[in-house]
Design a protein around this ligand. Structure first.
Ligand SMILES: Nc1ncnc2c1ncn2[C@@H]1O[C@H](COP(=O)(O)OP(=O)(O)O)[C@@H](O)[C@H]1O
Ligand SMILES: [Mg+2]
Length: 293
């Protein structure tokens, strides 16, 4: 059986001042329809580059991406992207930001009334139907991300691509967003590739976690299947040995087998012992210690 999405022997080399930089080498990944996969790996290893190649924003130097039998060579509405920093148009209302995308994709196939109803429906899905007339600067960061997700979902993409979608949010808002995304996913069964820095987020949301090796020449290191029944409840899972085993596997991959590369810069002072500047603890003693990588 052909996979729904096939990332096939993808390598990419960028020209730089210091010569060619091989960022990805021989990345292979098949994603099934309706599957939720996360990409996790240290900062700078090439996660966004993988996503941008799938989005059609970058072209692989070797290999390519095939989605439902069609080779990807440019951006298209069948691959909607949600970025960390909401990319809403500031002069348009919440409704109009989503409506713009709906009009672009469904101009020929849906009537005006249908496009209006579809816009409202998608904003209801993310619980933003109470704020249709507000502008982006009148809503919170979490609400902006909700609108960004509604806009992406409203395009009915074959694949939803999310690049650290909740990375800029405070931990409570992030928790709500993760629960919303799981709820939406259970209704719509989207195919999703999400990049995350957050081990708990990856285990909670994913069917599989793709762990990437460090760059340069980064590739898929190990793949972890998350065999936990859905719907998933974060509080119950906090005590669940299987959940904690998966969590530990990701942490071991990132911090033992593929430790964060040390900075080569002489001007950088050595890091304080045991304190990773990017590792952040949610609450002291919390079982939900959030490990940023
Ligand atoms: N257009 C580009 N030209 C040169 N180098 C790039 C370009 N885009 C990304 N890179 C480099 O590729 C590496 C991976 O970047 P990125 O995919 O953004 O990493 P990640 O998302 O995992 O943090 C980094 O070293 C980055 O500097
Ligand atoms: Mg990135």
């Amino acid at each position: 059986m052909n996979p729904y999405l096939n990332i096939d022997h993808v390598s990419i080399t960028f020209p730089t001042d210091k010569g060619p930089l091989n960022v990805l080498k021989d990345v292979n990944l098949n994603v099934a329809k309706g599957e939720f996969v996360s990409l996790i790996g240290h900062s700078g290893c090439g996660k966004s580059t993988v996503l941008n190649i799938v989005a059609g924003l970058l072209n692989a130097t070797e290999g390519g991406v095939v989605l439902e039998g069609k080779e990807v060579d440019e951006p298209g509405p069948d691959r909607a992207v949600v970025f960390q920093n909401h990319s809403l148009l500031p002069w348009l209302s919440v409704y109009d930001n989503v409506r713009l995308a709906v009009d672009r994709v469904f101009k020929k196939t849906k009537s005006k009334a249908e496009r209006d109803a579809w816009t409202r429906h998608n904003l209801e899905l993310v619980h933003m139907d109470h704020a249709l007339d507000r502008r982006p600067d009148e809503i919170s960061g979490g609400m902006k991300q909700r609108v960004g997700i509604a806009r992406a979902l409203a395009m009915q993409p074959k694949v939803l691509l999310m690049d650290e979608p909740f990375g800029a949010l405070d931990s409570l808002t992030r928790t709500h967003m993760q629960d919303s995304l799981m709820e939406i996913q259970s209704q719509l069964n989207n195919t999703v590739i999400m990049i995350t820095h957050d081990v708990d987020e990856a285990v909670l949301l994913s069917d599989r976690i793709i762990m990437m090796t460090n760059g340069p020449s980064a590739t898929v290191g190990e793949i972890l299947h998350i065999d936990l029944p859905r719907p998933r409840d974060r509080l119950e899972l906090a005590e669940d040995p299987t959940y904690n085993h998966y969590r530990a596997e990701v942490v071991k991959f990132l911090h033992e087998r593929h430790e964060r590369p040390k900075s080569k810069s002489k001007s950088t002072p050595p890091a304080a012992p045991k304190s990773d500047p990017e590792a952040e603890e949610a609450e002291p003693g919390s079982r939900h210690l959030r490990i940023a990588v």
